[in-house]
Design a protein around this ligand. Structure first.
Ligand code: HEM
Length: 493
């Protein structure tokens, strides 16, 4: 493990510099006094002050690469700080390490105990979200919920959103509608000749289904088809927003404040998109006038649809590559339900189906580093000092895929959740939390959509597996998991 870094405030350096300046001036103005003055007064004072002050204010930062001036570690580590790269860096630097990206601090947490600290024990201290110029545009300077700092506004938004979206009653009331939308998918697949022969890319159809599920919940309205111009516009707006917000293109202006003026063109593009996007949400669903409500819609578009869609795609890919899992799900359903249809209300009787959902979220954690957290004030973590306003990420993927804690973690094996991991649940409020498995985060900023997402995933897998045999595209034996978003799926009736 690397040694901790030390930092101290700039004061001792200032004092030392001033002392040297006084010495230089003395030498010029009173050369006869110079040696005496320097030996008896300035040098000892500066030395004493430097060491005393340094030792009293220096604090141990988490370990990490040595930072270069201005750029910090950015040039060395590059832009793509994905969960796998960060997991490999954790092997060198340990469970908490610090990277300096220009003027910004990135703290990476890679073990369950420290994750508990960040998300739960010190949930208030680390409960904010880092901001940057691009996110400020897309969130109207933090008027939303997902990316806003911890405080009154966040509390209010979470309260407003809970009743219409995040209660068991909501799940219960809407599950028939969800099933209706899923049955439409099954019917469309059955009608499509290509499905049986070559196979189809299923993503677009599932995407329409999820947009319709969320739109019916929010506005009691839905899109006609994949060709519906409104659907095309909505998906285009959202994917352009994701591209602009997640791009590495603006890192230089974000990390190095001096270069920010050069970002003007990029930021104008973001502003223009956001204005058109909000007008789109507003125009077509006219009763929305309150800014709060608008950002709730915005957040559902950002947080709910793609995450659930990715999970579905991964689940399908793994089911195709593991036909025996499909077989076991079918067996469980027919044994337990005796010909009765799978419903939200009987999902709890199907532990193998639920284990399949969990295993998908473990191996393919949709938000592997969670949504970044931030500490408004200087904080302590694992004995280290975390400078104020650090971006703190928890590597949830690594917690769920570290061979130290999981048996053959690279294997897709739902059975693990019925055997050695039978007590492990995705952290649900009120339940026992296992901090090795946090696909939805945990604590104050955890995903409030967890109950919807788990039910929707369980239902859609059950529907697909009971209606079809899921196969790889003709001429192949496996789905290539590196190209998951272009996956062609062949289903056999
Ligand atoms: C498989 C699907 C999903 C996954 C894996 C997922 C995961 C997450 C994660 C990891 C976070 C951040 C937790 C943290 O920072 O500690 C989050 C936040 C959030 N999610 Fe989800 N989510 C999913 C589906 C949904 C759905 C369906 C909704 C809404 C209907 C939703 C709404 C939200 C909101 C509003 C937040 C922000 C909470 C806050 O900042 O206080 N998510 N989600």
């Amino acid at each position: 493990m690397a040694l901790p870094q030390h930092h101290s405030c700039n004061k001792p350096i200032l004092v030392t510099t001033l002392s040297l300046l006084i010495l230089a001036l003395t030498k010029i103005l009173y050369p006869q006094l110079y040696i005496k003055f320097s030996l008896t007064l300035v040098v000892p004072l500066a030395i004493i002050y430097y060491f005393f002050f340094k030792s009293s204010t220096s604090t141990a930062l988490p370990p990490g690469h040595f930072p270069f001036p201005i750029f910090g570690n950015w040039i060395k580590v590059g832009n793509d700080l994905n969960h796998r790269l960060l997991a490999s860096m954790a092997q060198t630097y340990g469970p908490v390490f610090l990277l300096k990206l220009g003027s910004k601090n990135l703290v990476v947490v890679s073990d369950a105990e420290l994750a508990t600290q960040v998300l739960h024990t010190q949930g208030v201290e680390f409960g904010s979200r880092p901001r940057n110029v691009v996110f400020d545009i897309f969130t109207g300077n933090g008027q939303d919920m997902v990316f806003t700092v911890y405080g009154d506004h966040w509390r209010k938004m979470r309260r407003i959103m809970t009743l219409p979206f995040f209660t068991n009653k909501v799940v219960h009331n809407y599950s028939n509608m969800w099933e209706e939308e899923m049955d439409l998918v099954v019917n469309d697949l059955k009608k499509d000749e290509n499905v049986k022969s070559k196979g189809i890319v299923i993503r677009k159809r599932l995407q329409l289904m999820l947009y319709n599920i969320m739109c019916r919940m929010m506005f009691d309205a839905k899109f006609e088809s994949q060709e519906d111009p409104l659907f095309i516009e909505a998906t285009r707006f959202n994917s352009e927003r994701s591209r602009l917000a997640q791009s590495f293109e603006y890192n230089y202006g974000d990390f190095i404040p001096l270069l920010r003026p050069l970002l003007r063109g990029y930021l104008n593009k973001c502003r223009d998109l956001q204005t058109r996007r909000l007008a789109f949400f507003n125009n077509y669903y006219g009763e929305i006038s309150e800014e709060n409500v608008l950002y709730i819609v915005e957040n559902i578009n950002v947080a709910a649809i793609e995450t659930t869609l990715w999970s579905m795609e991964w689940a399908i890919a793994e089911l195709v590559n593991h036909p025996h899992v499909q077989h076991r799900i079918r067996q469980e359903i027919s044994r337990v339900l005796n010909g009765e249809a799978v419903k939200e209300s009987n999902l709890h009787q199907l532990p193998y189906l639920q284990a399949t959902v969990k295993e998908t979220l473990r191996l393919h954690t949709p938000i592997p580093l969670l949504v970044p957290h931030m500490n408004l004030e200087e904080a302590k973590l694992g004995g280290f000092t975390i400078p104020r306003e650090s971006k703190v990420v928890v590597n949830a993927w690594w917690l769920a895929n570290n061979p130290k804690w999981w048996k053959n973690p690279e294997e897709f094996r739902p059975e693990r959740f019925l055997k050695e991991e039978h007590g492990t649940d995705a952290a649900v409020a009120g339940g026992k939390v296992d901090f090795r498995f946090l696909p939805f985060g945990v604590g104050r900023r955890s995903c409030p959509g967890i109950i919807l997402a788990l039910a929707i995933l369980g239902l859609v897998i059950a529907k697909l597996v009971t209606n079809f045999e899921l196969k790889p595209p003709s001429g192949t034996h496996q789905i290539d998991k590196r190209i998951i978003s272009h996956v062609t799926l062949r289903v056999v009736l």
